[in-house]
Structures are given as structure tokens and as C-alpha cells.
Design a binder for this molecule. Structure first.
Ligand code: NAP
Length: 296
């Protein structure tokens, strides 16, 4: 394998948002885009045009054969079958390192390449990507990217992430699913939680936009407190104080006005009570009353 990573040749299979951005910004750092393959020839042409180099191949195996570094950036469900097809057709060797960029799936779906001696890994950008546009600033710069896989793939993965000017961190292959669940909770479920808060404030005659503006400093301040002090110490409010009367009033209003959120409020309350208990500041009496309310 070429040990000078900066001149390393690579191919991209799946010329969509990630595939094209990866080709453009790795190419700017001296990696050499050799080959592209995708479902449509239009996407391949776009990728070559933006990357400024490389050749299109109808068959992904022919593309994979050109390069020691292969990125499979198809939709998640197609990564494994595409990899299997290339493996079956002899597109990987011991000198190949293959990656996918899915957050939900681990490198184990590339096992068909691993059986041929190829290195296998996944590199996941913790970021949403838009389609690449000409002259676009690097969407990789400064973001966090997880890496997992075999030793060779993890070592090269760090160099790839470094070249993209992103920050890398490694996780064990077996933890990829919980890693992804964490990202879903931190991002998607935060949206759900804020939607709940906005719906409550709309009951006080605020529009959704105004409600968000009113809550925004509180949301940002809370995130900052978590960063500075950790979750347990950042917790404030009636549960942290053991104020069961206030919580009881919340529940009766929510049950009456927004019953679709009753279960969610109770469930979050139970988990919040666990956090408050860890801080050890509420007495057993208040703790029992709150626990009873959240089970009601
Ligand atoms: N977008 C994000 O925000 C983001 C963030 C983190 C990770 N990811 C991961 O990055 C990977 C790619 O996602 P994406 O957002 O770039 O998807 P995308 O924009 O939909 O691109 C996927 C590309 O794969 C091509 N393709 C479909 N079937 C194919 C096949 N059988 N063989 C070869 N190419 C095929 C498509 O082809 P045509 O264009 O030729 O029709 C499309 O260009 C996924 O694993 C995803 O989970 C995405």
C-alpha cells in the first residue's frame, strides 16, 4: 500500500451528498480521486466535475479495483450488498481499505471485504450534509467524526479525518448502535422535547415563533450549564427541589389541556427524579411524593 497518505488514490461508490463532498475535500488535501461509480451516470459526471479528476465506471467493482482506498457512500441499506458484489467479483485485495460513512451501521457489514484481507472501517460525521455546491466551504471543517473498524482502518481513518480538518474519536465496533442512539437522543429527541415545551407555551397565547424566542436563552443557558457542570449539577427546577405541589399542578393542567403529553411528562419526571436523587438534595418524603405523582 502507498504509505504516503497524502498521495493516496481513492474511489467513491455512491455519488451523492457525502460521496461528492468527500471527493472534493480529500482531493484538495492531496488524496487522488481515481474512480467514481453510482446508480446514474449524471451523478458520476457531477462528481468528476466537482472533484476535478477521476474516471467513471458503470460497475462498482471496476472502480474499486483502481484504488487502495474505497468509500461506499450509497444509502445505508445498499452498503452491504454493494460491498458483497464487489467482493464476489474480486474488487478488493489485501491492500484495500474499505469504509462506509453510516452512523447507524458498523464496519461489520463490510465483512465480505474483510474476508479477502481488506481493512474495513466506518467513519461517521456527526453532522447533516446538504448536496455539494460549487465553491462551497468544507462541511467537514471542525466537525466531530467517529471512527471504528480494524486496526488498519482506524489508523488510516484518523489520517483521513485529520486531512478533512475534522476531529476524530474512536469507538469500539460493538458500540456503534448505542453511539448512534446517543446521537438520535441528543438531536432528534431534543427537537421532540422542545416541541413539547413550545406546545405548552402556546397555551399561554404565544405563537410558536415567539414561544421559541422566549425559551431560547433558557435552552442555551441549560446547554451551557451541562457543558460547565455536568448533567446532575445542571439540574434545577421543582423536581430538583423536591417541590411536589408544583409538579402536581403541572400534571393537572397538562392532563386537562394537553393530555397527549401526560405520559411523556410523567416519564421524563421519573428519569429527572433519578438524577435529582443522585444529587442527594431531596428528602425521602418529597422523593416518595414525586415518585407517586409520576406513576399516577
Ligand atoms: N447526508 C447526511 O447528512 C449524512 C450524514 C452522515 C452520514 N451519512 C451517510 O453517508 C452515506 C451516504 O448518504 P448521502 O446522504 O450522501 O446519500 P445520498 O445523497 O442519497 O447519496 C447516495 C448515493 O448513492 C447512489 N446509489 C444508490 N444506489 C446505488 C447503487 N446500487 N450503487 C451505487 N450507487 C448507488 C445514489 O445514486 P445516484 O445519485 O447515482 O442516483 C446517490 O447518489 C450513508 O451511509 C449515510 O448514512 C449521511
Amino acid at each position: 500500500m502507498n504509505t504516503n497518505k497524502k498521495n493516496m488514490e481513492f474511489c467513491v461508490i455512491g455519488c451523492g451528498r457525502l460521496g461528492i463532498s468527500l471527493a472534493v475535500f480529500l482531493s484538495k488535501q492531496g488524496f487522488i480521486p481515481r474512480a467514481f461509480s453510482s446508480r446514474s451516470s449524471e451523478s458520476v459526471e457531477r462528481a468528476i466535475g466537482f472533484a476535478g479528476k477521476g474516471k467513471g465506471y458503470e460497475n462498482p467493482t471496476d472502480a474499486a479495483k483502481t484504488s487502495p482506498l474505497v468509500f461506499i457512500t450509497t444509502p445505508d441499506t445498499l452498503i452491504e450488498p454493494v460491498c458483497e458484489q464487489i467482493a464476489l467479483e474480486g474488487g478488493f485485495t489485501r491492500d484495500t481499505v474499505v469504509y462506509h460513512l453510516s452512523g447507524a451501521l458498523s464496519s461489520s457489514i463490510l465483512r465480505s471485504a474483510g474476508k479477502l484481507g481488506a481493512g474495513t472501517g466506518s467513519i461517521h460525521p456527526l453532522q447533516a450534509f446538504a448536496p455539494y455546491e460549487d465553491g462551497m466551504k468544507s462541511p467537514f471543517k471542525g466537525i466531530n467524526m467517529s471512527i471504528e473498524g480494524d486496526e488498519r482502518a482506524v489508523a488510516l481513518g484518523k489520517e483521513i479525518v485529520n486531512a478533512l480538518k475534522a476531529n476524530s474519536f474512536t469507538i469500539p465496533t460493538h458500540a456503534k448502535t448505542v453511539y448512534h442512539a446517543s446521537a438520535v437522543v441528543a438531536s432528534n429527541y431534543l427537537v421532540t422535547l422542545e416541541h413539547f415545551a413550545l406546545e405548552l407555551l402556546k397555551q399561554a397565547n404565544l405563537s410558536e415563533e415567539n414561544a421559541y424566542e422566549v425559551l431560547e436563552p433558557l435552552i442555551k443557558g441549560t446547554l451551557n450549564n451541562i457543558k460547565q457542570r455536568g448533567c446532575i449539577n445542571a439540574l434545577t427546577g421543582p423536581v430538583a427541589r423536591g417541590d411536589d405541589e408544583i409538579v402536581s399542578r403541572h400534571l393537572s393542567d397538562i392532563d386537562q389541556k394537553l393530555p397527549q403529553f401526560s405520559d411523556l411528562y410523567r416519564l421524563l419526571g421519573r428519569y429527572t427524579l433519578d438524577l435529582a436523587e443522585k444529587r442527594g438534595e431531596i428528602g425521602p418524603d418529597a422523593q416518595q411524593k414525586l415518585a407517586r405523582l409520576f406513576k399516577s
